[in-house]
Ligand binder design. Structure first.
Ligand code: GLN
Ligand code: ZN
Length: 763
């Protein structure tokens, strides 16, 4: 059953970061948008970047390089382009301008919608398909990039998104009707067949067809379609060998289906939950005579691999297939480029981290071990173990006091003591708010002045004290602004926060920030997620002075504003040496101290934002209950220490909440504000159906657009909410205002206050 690995083992990756060490791609793309350089200039930068990436991978010793994993904006947009799925509204432009119109929109035409790429922080553009979409193959990009590499001396493996995932990740071009993009599969498959022939003609030996959707639960009907599609494609007469690539977890029921088709190989994620793929494959009898790309190196996190352990997985994988290639579990798009560019990180934490370039070396070492025997890499294996031991025992990681405190958490710590009805009475007595209280989500517009002050602080042109004074001035003006508008519950406006996670990460022990650790979030937007590396604690209060200052300026209640534990994990790189539930508990305890201090400082309302709660929901249904358990627990631990009279708010956005409503109820916040305007208040009916028992502020103004909602529209929205929730309704926007300008923020908030006043007259 198990066959011996006969071929030599190779080293490869499924994809590589595109941004360039100096973020060249962003700079050139934005310069092109600003008409400062020509299309040809931009394409030249892109060409050079691709050549540099291949050279870098080859220099690291990688045998087999991918191509077409580069993109000027996004790989799904490239796929829509390749298949001719261009919405009519973007056809007014041609060439690059059409491409960027689809990505970013124009004055006349909305862009494609953007959404999260599985459970990563990368966002892709969602192709729009309808019953009359006419696909047309344009294979220029994959062919040109393959040729370009070949001319430079690299025989690459083009990466193409597979037809099933392409359709599953697309959306119906208009709402209403029950059209599903997957209905177009029969129409799409001939284009893929033609593409395979065209690739073969050019001399492509292997093509990588990505089907990441198969790691999510799919009904049997879809798996049957997968089976027939890949039988059809395998039967194409002149074609390259096909690797079907999966990533982000376990294939489960899709594994026997894929292995049962006559394709030439599979790429599997063998890390984390994906490790089970290896057991599953073993039970199936392996892939005799075929190829396995073994994703043993974690492609999504930044830790140096535990090489002896990953080597074991690689050896097991090698015994299961005719030929094995060592790889990372997914494209390296999701990690920063090179840890050595962060001088501080590399020096303070020797051997702890592995970014994309370092992962190449790890892959090459493991492949060498397979080919030459473990003895040949003994030194590397030993060094890896030593570095890992040093990390896990480092005082930067281990804080016994934090661990003791986390271990002592009991049920009582998660409990406010009284139920919502009692708390509500005490809160109403203390706060004295009108019906349908008005408030905002926290941030006020981040003006040019604020950004300039931050830049000046960074380059030393502004002293920290002078910077603080600029921020204090801003808080003063934000408070005056809100009093003027007549809002009931005020905020300080968050001017001092660069980012809602980074701001806290910088102040907590156990976190480290990077200088150069850029990761693409979407298009030319890159983020630098902080790294959770050790036990978390709060050396000093983080927000208390700002809240106290803001409260001192007004008689109205000012809401304290914190980022919740789930979001603090979701937008960071997390530890690989303890479960996320444990890390979340530590973060929650640190935040709990902040909540206690805010309450002691006279802050009567505290909001703990959890915008990421829904977005890190595990891909597999079976894993969700455990995630939601610790997510709810960490929220309750954060806020469980306050008195009944202190009102706890939470806020969530970026998602449909249908599958987390029970968790939202279990969080037991006194008030929740939710994104709602874009989905036309559909959330109100969902919450009512679920019996949401506490107070709720469904966002009545979509802050993602500069459009000012008029009073009547807000009144309508509020009446919808009032009909469902009676005296438990708040009036607030969808989300924070930091990306908005003052003119529209002012007008919209004035209308919001007027609308609340109007509905108060209703009864
Ligand atoms: N309090 C944050 C703000 O207002 C919330 C941001 C968010 O939900 N993403 O900006
Ligand atoms: Zn929000």
């Amino acid at each position: 059953m198990i066959n011996k690995n006969s071929g030599i083992s190779r080293s490869t990756i499924l994809g590589y970061p595109r941004l360039g060490a100096e973020r060249q791609l962003k700079k050139a793309t934005e310069a092109y948008w600003a008409h400062k350089i020509t299309a040809e200039d931009l394409l030249q930068v892109a060409r050079q970047l691709r050549l540099d990436r291949w050279a870098e991978q080859r220099q690291a010793g990688l045998d087999e390089l991918p191509s077409n994993d580069f993109s000027l904006y996004d790989q799904m947009l490239d796929a829509a382009w390749m298949l001719g799925a261009i919405p009519d509204r973007h056809r007014g432009h041609a060439g690059l301008d059409r491409y960027f119109a689809m990505a970013r929109g124009t004055d006349e035409a909305e862009p494609l919608e953007m959404t999260k790429w599985f459970d990563t922080n990368y966002h892709y553009l969602v192709p729009e398909l309808g019953p009359d979409t006419e696909f047309r193959l344009d294979p220029t990009k994959p062919l040109a990039e393959f040729d370009e590499a070949l001319r430079a001396g690299y025989l690459t493996r083009p990466v193409i998104i597979g037809p099933v995932s392409f359709l599953l990740l697309s959306k119906p071009a208009w709402e209403g009707g029950d059209f599903q993009p997957l209905e177009l599969l029969d129409r799409l498959v001939p284009l893929y067949a033609e593409l395979l022939s065209r690739l073969a003609e050019r001399g492509v030996e292997w093509v990588q067809v990505d089907e990441p959707c198969l790691v999510t639960n799919q009904p049997d009907s879809v798996l049957q379609q997968v089976d027939s599609v890949y039988r059809l494609l395998a039967a194409v007469r002149q074609r390259p060998k096909i690797i079907i690539a999966s990533y982000f977890g376990r294939l489960g029921a899709a594994l026997p289906v894929l292995a049962g088709t006559p394709i030439d190989g599979l790429a599997l994620d063998l890390t984390g939950a994906g490790a089970a793929n290896l057991d599953d494959l073993e039970r199936l009898g392996g892939l005799p005579g075929r190829r396995l790309i073994a994703g043993v190196i974690d492609g999504r996190n930044i830790w140096a691999a535990d090489l002896p352990r990953t080597f074991e997985s690689a050896q097991r994988a090698a015994r299961l297939a005719g030929e094995v290639a060592v790889a990372a579990s997914c494209s390296l798009l999701h990690v920063p480029l090179d840890v050595t560019r962060d001088s501080g990180l590399a020096a303070s934490y020797p051997g702890w981290f592995s970014f994309a370039r370092q992962k190449l070396s790890e892959i090459v070492i493991l492949a060498r071990g397979l080919n030459e025997g473990a003895a040949a890499i003994a030194a590397e294996l030993g060094a890896s173990t030593d570095a890992r031991q040093a990390r896990l025992n480092s005082p930067l990681v281990v804080n016994p006091a934090v661990r003791r405190r986390a271990a002592a958490v009991g049920a009582a710590d998660l409990d406010r003591g009284s139920g919502y009805p009692e708390r509500r009475d005490e809160q109403r007595a203390q706060l004295g708010l009108p019906d349908v209280p008005t408030t905002t989500i926290g941030s006020f517009p981040q003006t040019r002045g604020l950004r300039r002050a931050r830049a000046k602080l960074r380059c030393g042109e502004l002293s920290p004290a002078a910077y603080d004074e600029v921020m204090r001035d801003e808080v003063r003006s934000v408070i005056t602004e809100q009093e003027h508008l007549g809002l009931d519950v005020l905020v300080h406006g968050e001017p001092e926060r660069n980012d809602m996670v980074q701001y806290f990460a910088e102040q907590l022990d156990g976190y480290v920030a990077t200088e150069q650790g850029w990761v693409q979030s979407y298009g030319t937007r890159y983020v630098r997620p902080p790294i959770l590396l050790g036990d978390v604690s709060r050396p000093a209060p983080m927000t208390v002075e700002w809240a106290r200052f803001a409260q001192s300026l007004t008689d109205r209640p000012v809401k304290g504003m914190l980022t919740g534990p789930v979001t603090m994990l979701a937008w960071s790189f997390v530890r690989d040496d303890q479960p996320p539930a444990e890390t979340a508990r530590q973060v929650a305890l640190a935040l709990r101290d902040e909540v206690t201090d805010l309450e002691a400082a006279g802050i009567k309302i505290i909001q703990v934002d959890e915008p990421a709660l829904r977005e890190t929901l595990p891909l597999r249904a079976a894993d969700r209950a455990e995630y939601l358990r610790w997510a709810v627990e960490s929220f309750r631990l954060t806020v469980g220490g306050v008195a009944n009279r202190t009102q706890i708010h939470t806020h969530m956005c970026y998602a449909e909440f249908g599958d987390v409503l029970d968790a939202i109820i279990a969080m037991d916040a006194d008030v929740i504000s939710l994104e709602a305007a874009r989905s036309k208040m559909a959330i109100v009916a969902d919450l009512a159906a679920a019996g949401y028992p506490n107070e709720v502020g469904p966002g009545v103004w979509d802050i993602h657009s500069p459009r000012v909602p008029d009073t009547d529209e807000i009144v309508d929205h509020l009446r919808t909410a009032l009909a469902a929730f009676g005296d438990r309704v708040w009036a607030n926007p969808d989300c924070g205002l930091k990306t908005r300008g003052y003119p529209e923020a002012r007008s919209s908030l004035a209308n919001l206050v007027a609308a609340a006043e109007q509905v108060r007259q209703d009864s």
